[in-house]
Design a binder for this molecule. Structure first.
Ligand code: PPS
Length: 568
């Protein structure tokens, strides 16, 4: 058998001496503070994980990748790797200039020699790369609602790796892994990509995949950015470490990959293959609905279940990595062991617990059997996800001025405090504007900043096990969604639309503001001279006309009970 090519691949770093010099000089360059996703991309560009890319894509490469999955020079690369910036920064930059790329603490990681600056067609990028311009796709939502409007492209000069303080010993560059495989004499390595905790079925399938390929196994979980709502990587890595002990010694290793996933299904699978090839692997496990983003806004899957496998198979030879089919493993009760779902012996009982069921059991503190997962893994998951009734959450009221949000929110706060158990914080619109957002007005931009500040505070409260009650107008759907995402990373988000009609709010006019708005004395007044995008997917809609405050607050309490967030 021929030896795999485990020679080092090119990195974009300069020598230590040059890096010191460049770093000193770069202090005078215009600098860009990178987002978390850009830092992930930069790390893999610099360490060769995205080989053969040499920097953030130029316009020609970007256009070509979007349309054909290939760079302008024909190299297979299915995902655009671009540096998005805001217009204000872009105005100060022209092709030909160098800029310093900094991490979130201001440390200079690299120099970008800008060759291209352009306004991308994001709708086209969404349609071609992600399959649909649909905001239900997390990467499409990111593209439209988080990424800057302008892209900069050009080669990178790497100065230093992004700093990680966690699991340092478990992070490897492609060349470090290649060197490890060389040293261990591992000729064939099957890589397993994951963004979820591993349970027994995963351990069985990965072990089986490696055995069938007569290869060693690399558990290669993504710890950069995964799908919003996933189990955080700290918990997952502790779980993976527990599972690692279950493989026969010296057959398997684990390394953490600081990739920012896009959930791009088929294209993403090909991208994952290229990345694993760069890390020295010879085989790659591709499953059903690999890197799938869930349902689209019409409630259907974005991609067919085997689209990723089909696209991968078409490109496997060119990538130089073999695809290994992911076998769905199920537990057969009578045999007390796992079987591939299509090899289950006749007249036996198959046991399985779906992801949804697992989450329900964690949420409600119900037993998770040992045949399903390892006790160490369940313990870790329970530490991170205590039963829902002990987790933090956010109730987010939205509605017009004078709709009754604050009054209901106050009543709810008192009822929750009477129950006790968790600290409760009320972030009322007026109070926030006094303490957190006193410099802001009511333009769209300012309202968005205001709501995102509230969302940030609420997400911190939720993360730390408290209850945040928010009561701003929050007129824009996209901003409410951004807040939902921030909070749902840590706990439940319950949007309550206080759906009092504008006529009723104006009739009440408790603060006299509607009158002033009608007279044109207050500009940009929500519902009169400024928009209010009513929620279409709120967890609860309350009607304050004909229903008293106590009853409205009680409706919220009932909702919280039905979600298991409080005990009745
Ligand atoms: S937003 O859009 O969510 O940032 O607004 P919010 O922070 O909730 O602030 C709304 C309160 O500010 C008063 N106010 C106005 N509301 C809407 N439009 C304009 N132009 C405006 N100017 C002042 C108003 O009292 C709102 O309070 P509530 O409690 O909603 O009545």
């Amino acid at each position: 058998m021929s030896l795999p090519n485990l020679a080092p691949i090119p990195e974009l770093y300069v020598s230590y001496e040059s890096a010191q010099k460049l770093k000193a000089e770069a202090g005078n360059l215009p600098s860009w503070d990178m987002t978390a996703r850009q830092i992930c991309d930069l790390e893999l560009l610099m360490n060769g994980g995205f080989n053969p890319l040499k920097g953030f894509m130029s316009e020609a490469d970007y256009d070509s990748v979007v349309e054909t999955m290939r760079t302008a020079s024909g190299a297979l690369f299915p995902i655009p790797i671009t540096l998005d910036v805001n217009e204000k920064f872009a105005e100060t930059i022209e092709p030909g200039q160098d800029i310093a790329l900094r991490d979130q603490e201001g440390v200079i990681l690299a120099i970008l020699s800008v060759t291209d600056k352009w306004l991308p067609n994001k709708a086209n990028e969404a349609a071609k790369v992600f399959g649909a311009d649909d905001l239900a796709h997390p990467a499409v939502n990111y593209l439209h609602n988080q990424a800057g409007r302008v892209y900069l492209g050009g080669p990178i000069t790497g100065i230093q790796q992004p700093v990680h303080y966690d699991f340092k010993g478990r992070r490897d560059t492609p060349n470090e892994l290649r060197a490890f495989f060389r040293k261990m004499g591992w000729r064939k390595v099957v890589a397993f990509q994951t963004r979820n905790p591993l349970h027994r079925a995963h351990q069985e399938l990965t072990f089986r995949a490696a055995r069938e390929a007569q290869a060693n196994l690399l558990i290669h979980p993504v710890v950069g950015m995964t799908k919003p709502g996933d189990v955080d990587h700290f918990t997952r890595v502790r779980c993976y470490e527990a599972v690692l002990d279950k493989y026969p010694q010296s057959t398997t290793t684990m390394s953490l990959l600081n990739l920012a996933m896009r959930m791009a299904g088929p294209r993403e699978a090909v991208w994952h293959g290229i990345i694993r090839k760069n890390h020295g692997c010879t085989h790659f496990i591709v499953g059903r609905d690999h890197a799938g983003p869930g349902k689209n806004s019409a409630g259907q899957d974005f991609y067919g279940p085997y689209d990723a496998q089909t696209l991968f198979a078409e490109h496997a030879t060119e990538i130089g990595i073999e695809m290994v089919d992911f076998k769905h493993m199920v537990y057969v009760q009578e045999k007390a062991q796992y079987y591939p779902a299509n090899e289950v012996p006749e007249n036996t009982t198959v046991l399985d617990i779906s992801g949804t069921e697992l989450r329900r059991r964690l949420r409600e503190g119900i037993d998770i059997p040992e045949w399903f997962s390892f006790p160490e893994v369940v313990r870790e998951l329970r530490r991170t996800s205590p039963p829902r009734a002990q987790q933090g959450f956010t109730v987010f009221f939205t509605g017009l001025s004078g709709s009754g949000k604050s009054t209901i929110a106050n009543a709810l706060m008192v009822k929750l405090m009477e129950m006790g158990g968790r600290p409760v914080t009320l972030l009322d619109g007026d109070v926030v504007r006094k303490h957190l957002s006193s410099e802001l007005g009511f333009s769209k931009e300012h309202r968005d900043i205001n709501i995102k500040r509230i969302g940030y505070v609420a997400s911190e409260i939720t993360k730390n096990g408290g209850i945040a009650i928010c009561a701003p107008i929050a007129p824009y759907t996209a901003t409410r969604r951004a807040v939902r995402e921030m909070v749902e990373a840590f706990g439940a988000f319950i949007e309550v639309h206080v759906a009092t009609a504008i006529e009723e709010c104006e009739r009440r006019d408790r603060k006299g503001l509607y009158k002033l708005a009608r007279e044109g004395k207050i500009k940009e007044f929500t519902g009169i001279s400024d928009p209010y995008e009513a929620p279409t997917k709120a967890e609860l809609v309350v009607d304050t006309e004909g229903t008293d405050v106590d009853h409205c607050a009680h409706q919220v309490i009932l909702k919280l009970e039905s979600l298991g967030l409080i005990r009745g």
